[in-house]
Design a binder for this molecule. Structure first.
Ligand code: PMP
Length: 303
């Protein structure tokens, strides 16, 4: 469905069909234009509708998910539209805007643990096992990979010019769902397409087993997600990006291209350009600008 043709549906029908544009010679999918302001609207809708279809989620149930931000916001939006109760479990120390957005959608927000999401994950899993609750578990769910393989990936392939195939997909690992699922879709049409994971230099968990404080919110949550553990063989290489450089790049995107986005978008573009320099034949590198800039106003823009 074209987003301008949504006349009789709900806001959930406006998810997807985001533009694909060229920035610095990289194909960039403008996922921050999704309802709730991020790429995560897609998995939120997809996982909830799969759970409904499988009978795992029934009217009156509560959806519970550990999330430091975008997925919590997106699930809260889906829950609001569909009439479920929503509980977001967040680590302490996240910016207050994130919790406020979920609350605006009518969700309840519980905070526990420090910056790492581990305690929140355990809590969501524990509640999710109880009657009347459903926990999507984005970090482990194959439905997350499936959404990206069957929806986001094919959408990009349709938008590329006729005859153009992707040479690489570049993206930060939050759950790993985007790069693994989109990578599967791309490899189905170009088996030599490279799948490239982006990590913050300060917290290169996949590359060097380190966990540290970094500024690229939405990626590198301090552990190896189940999706990456299962699909590691599908990731060809990893690129580390400095947090400060990602922030500087994010600011440049607004100034030079009118793209008001979050830090992971800056990191993705830096990593994608770096990849093109290393592989001059890779003309068609695809990446994603995952979330919008408003959420980061207080942190990075009010100076
Ligand atoms: N960027 C942002 C801003 C995100 O919120 C996320 C998801 N948490 C990602 C990148 C990474 O996506 P994925 O979970 O599919 O690895």
């Amino acid at each position: 469905m074209n987003r301008r043709q949504v006349e009789h549906g709900t806001v959930l029908d406006a998810i997807g069909n985001t533009p694909l544009i060229r920035v610095d010679g990289i194909w960039v999918k403008l996922e921050f234009l999704n309802p709730s302001g991020s790429i995560k609207a897609r998995i939120a809708k997809y996982m909830i509708e799969r759970a409904e279809a499988e009978g795992l989620l029934k009217p009156g149930d509560t959806i519970v998910e550990a999330s430091s931000g975008n997925t919590g916001n997106a699930l809260s939006m889906v829950a609001a539209v569909k009439g479920y109760r929503m509980l977001v479990v967040m680590p302490n120390g996240m910016s207050p805007e994130r919790a406020a957005i979920s609350r605006a959608f009518g969700a309840q927000v519980m905070t526990l643990g420090d910056f790492q999401v581990n305690d929140a994950l355990a809590k969501a899993r524990e509640l999710g096992a109880q009657d009347g609750y459903f926990a999507p578990q984005q970090f482990d769910s194959e439905w997350n990979v499936e959404e990206n393989r069957t929806w986001l990936g094919p959408e990009v392939l349709r938008q590329l010019p006729d005859g153009v195939l992707p040479d690489a997909v570049v993206g930060g690992v939050g759950t790993g769902g985007t790069i693994v699922g989109v990578g599967q879709a791309f490899r189905a049409v170009n088996p030599s397409c490279r799948v490239v994971a982006v990590e913050p230099n300060e917290s290169c968990t996949l590359m060097c087993g380190e966990v540290g404080r970094h500024l690229i919110e939405g990626i590198a949550d301090g552990f190896v997600p189940g999706i990456i553990a299962r699909h590691r063989g599908e990731v060809d290489e990893m690129v580390a990006v400095d947090s400060e450089q990602a922030i500087a790049e994010m600011r440049r995107l607004a100034r030079e291209f009118g793209l008001f986005v979050g830090p992971s978008s800056g990191a993705h573009l830096i990593a994608a350009r770096e990849l093109r320099e290393r592989y001059p034949d890779a003309e068609n590198v695809v990446t994603f600008f995952c979330d919008e800039g408003e959420k980061y106003l207080a942190e990075y823009y009010l100076d």
